[in-house]
Design a binder for this molecule. Structure first.
Ligand code: MD6
Ligand code: FE
Length: 200
């Protein structure tokens, strides 16, 4: 297996084999039945193009009141537990004793994107964030620790795992676009990205 290193991000190409990708998609389908995808507004009042939900003790949310973690789905139900199959990926790639307490699920349909952002709503930036890509390819852009400056991009394919830790933990990053229909993993197309975080 090859690991690219880009600006401190570890990019594990092909980390999950197809059978594991299919098994993870199956548990994400169950998760989405328990905690439906929703389309949050940015604090600036515009809907995000990505649809999302979460598992774990905390779920990520955004609305007029800002970006934050909340302990229940916006519809009122508890977030489902993080599936063991997904926790196993965190264990294997980080070898940390502590499990994550949030798995954010992002679904990108045709035309969806995610602007350059920092992940900084967590309490302790010494814990890494791990992301798992499933389905269509996504163009991942990596910038700097402050806004602006030169960036570098890499296509993330289904089964790729990214670890953002250490000096890269507060680096700006985003998804410029997806190649809709490039993968056959998800029956209706699109891209799933799971990010595992330690929140508290
Ligand atoms: C995405 N990923 O791949 C968006 N965040 O759809 C992220 O925002 C991300 O890939 C933290 C760590 C790794 C990531
Ligand atoms: Fe992020």
């Amino acid at each position: 297996m090859t690991c690219l290193e880009m600006r401190g991000f570890q990019i594990w190409k092909g980390y999950l084999d197809v059978a594991t990708q299919e098994a993870v998609v199956a548990v994400v389908r169950q998760l989405v039945l328990a905690a439906p995808l929703f389309q949050p507004d940015t604090p600036y009042g515009r809907p995000m193009s990505v649809r999302m939900t979460s598992a774990g003790s905390f779920g990520w949310h955004s609305d007029q009141r800002g970006y934050r973690y909340i302990s229940r789905h916006p519809d009122g139900m508890e977030w489902p537990a993080i599936p063991k199959k997904i926790l196993a990926i965190w264990d294997r790639v980080t070898r940390l004793e502590r499990p994550p307490d949030c798995c954010l699920v992002n679904w990108y349909g045709e035309g969806a994107r995610m602007g350059l952002h920092q992940d900084r709503d967590e309490a302790d930036f010494s814990w890494p964030v791990v992301s798992v890509s499933l389905g269509d390819d996504g163009l991942f852009r990596i910038g700097n620790r402050t806004r602006g400056g030169k960036t570098e991009s890499v296509w993330l394919a289904s089964g790729d795992v990214v670890v953002m830790g250490g000096d890269a933990r507060l680096t700006y990053h985003g998804i410029d676009r997806i190649r809709f229909g490039s993968s056959r993993l998800l029956s209706r197309g699109g891209r799933l990205n799971l990010t595992l975080r330690v929140v508290t």
